[in-house]
Design a protein around this ligand. Structure first.
Ligand SMILES: [Zn+2]
Length: 74
């Protein structure tokens, strides 16, 4: 009978540690991916992620062609 008690305690510990590790992992993932910043294209107004936008002189564009088009307009 003693071995059954040991198995039960082992399973309980395994479940507690497992859920603790999962919780920690989830918190780590959340802190590693902050909300991504959106910017709008100066030429067409399209919203894009800042990291995907083309930047020139503190202005953002959805593509290099809109950057050129906007500079030609002025
Ligand atoms: Zn655009």
């Amino acid at each position: 009978m003693r071995i059954l008690v040991l198995i039960a305690i082992g399973l309980l510990l395994y479940m507690i540690i497992g859920s603790f590790l999962r919780k920690q992992k989830r918190q780590q993932l959340e802190s590693e991916s902050p909300a991504e910043k959106m910017v709008s294209c100066q030429h067409c107004g399209l919203h894009i992620l800042e990291q995907e936008a083309v930047q020139a002189a503190n202005k953002f564009y959805c593509s290099a062609s809109h950057l050129e088009a906007d500079q030609q307009d002025k």
